[in-house]
Design a protein around this ligand. Structure first.
Ligand code: ZN
Length: 70
């Protein structure tokens, strides 16, 4: 077991969103590492940058979530 697996996510409530974000792609462009997606949550406006591109594989987060409410 790694240190990350041992950490209980309940111990870090500040990083737990109040809801499951519903990401909508606002913009994207192709790069040498894949498709960079600029996404925004339609529920709260939080933004994030994701890396996608492979078919049938969910995008992975490249950036932290940035909320306008913070
Ligand atoms: Zn949200």
């Amino acid at each position: 077991m790694t240190a990350i697996e041992a950490r209980n996510p309940q111990e870090c409530p500040a990083r737990t969103p109040a809801h499951e974000h519903a990401w909508s792609v606002e913009s994207s462009h192709a790069t040498s590492i894949g498709q960079v997606l600029y996404v925004r949550c339609v529920g709260c406006g939080t933004r994030r940058v994701d890396l996608g591109g492979a078919p049938f594989v969910p995008p992975t987060a490249l950036s932290a979530e940035v909320s306008l409410n913070d």
